[in-house]
Design a protein around this ligand. Sequence first.
Ligand code: 8X3
Length: 246
Amino acid sequence: MTQEKTAVVTGASSGIGAATARALAGEGFRVVCAARRTDRIEALAEEIGGAAIELDVTDADSVAALAARVDTVHVLVNNAGGAFGSDPIESADPDQWRAMYDVNVVGLMRVTQALLPALRASGDGLVVNIGSTAGRWAYEKGGGYTAAKHATRVVTETLRLELNGEPIRISEVAPGMVHTEEFSLVRFGGDQAAADAVYAGVADPLVADDIAEAVRWIASLPSHVNVDELVIKPRAQAAAHKVHRA
Ligand code: 8X3
């Protein structure tokens, strides 16, 4: 059976998702770019010769509609996610915490559930979950996000256990400080100065392409090689609280 290999990337409208879609297309995959903002994913799909499918990972019908349009998937990159708010636990907004759990954890679970038949149909599937160093350490005013990303990590491990014996690899790529156009801006509710302060004085934070390259590499490995987890930080970041600033 000859077939072009298909990759699905969620959250493909910007940042790590868009860069990963480009990198996988460069690796020869037909990439389904999935996200809410159709104008962006349509432009990206045209650029890389892939397809665009509107997707809201927090909406069960939207996820079902995606699954109905793909019958074979070799690579699923669960990238859709984000941080909302930067309050200490004492004053944190439960709705923001729910929203973070919904997109980073339940959304990932929903998409994975829905695409498992297509991953199995490939005969050689790979799921790459985009986690975070926030799934490895705690920091003040990040409780809702770090809790969600710790969950992403555990869900990834659980899936690997549950699918053991099947021809599906399960990886987590966990980036530290990545300077993308939207991540911090969204976290700080559109406050550009607050978003810029995250990266102030840091000579070279990671960029989306750095993480995309890691996903591309994992997807390029022989089928018996499972990269369980890959933590990637910029040289300037030794730990959550240890970032070298000029
Ligand atoms: C993003 C990394 O440092 O903002 O996932 O938690 S951090």
